[in-house]
Design a protein around this ligand. Structure first.
Ligand SMILES: Nc1ncnc2c1ncn2[C@@H]1O[C@H](COP(=O)(O)OP(=O)(O)OP(=O)(O)O)[C@@H](O)[C@H]1O
Length: 140
């Protein structure tokens, strides 16, 4: 059997923390068998977010996204497991919470609020390269 143990960065965004969903979100990660290796709650700086969302700089939702992400505490988790990068993204569901599949974090717990940014509760790294880069930003 191929082993592919990886690490990923999971963020519970300010909407998830503010709505008191951190415990439920972490419970889903653990229930699937992934391991929370490190955990912290911080209000991210604009500098961290500009690095984190570098690929979106210049897009119309970039400014509202940085504002939203720095509007309150975020819970950052370093999570490990075999194929955890794609596994967590599958658990999170697609970007738009209104249409994310039921059974996923975004599909079950999220919706649209008529705002400029999709408040979609969580972030998960999308590749091993992104995970390494993002874990450096959030955990140093
Ligand atoms: N078209 C859009 N309008 C408003 N907000 C958006 C839009 N696209 C993305 N966002 C916001 O920017 C974030 C980053 O976009 P990205 O395309 O990387 O989404 P994702 O990979 O599904 O989510 P994440 O990277 O947060 O896991 C999204 O999670 C969402 O909060």
């Amino acid at each position: 059997m191929t082993q592919n143990r990886e690490q990923t960065l999971v963020l519970v965004k300010p909407d998830g923390v503010q709505r008191g969903l951190t415990g439920q979100i972490l419970a889903r990660i653990e229930a699937k068998g992934y391991v929370v290796e490190d955990l912290k709650m911080i209000v991210p700086t604009r500098e961290m977010l500009t690095q984190h969302y570098a690929e979106h700089e210049g897009k119309p939702f970039f400014e509202p996204l940085v504002e939203f992400m720095s509007s309150g505490p975020v819970v950052a988790a370093r999570v490990s497991g075999d194929r955890v990068i794609e596994g967590f993204r599958s658990l999170a569901g697609s970007t738009e919470p209104t249409t994310a599949a039921p059974g996923t974090i975004r599909g079950d717990l999220g919706r649209d609020w008529g705002e400029k940014v999709q408040k979609n509760l969580v972030h998960g790294s999308d590749s091993t390269e992104s995970a390494e880069r993002e874990l450096g930003i959030w955990f140093g």
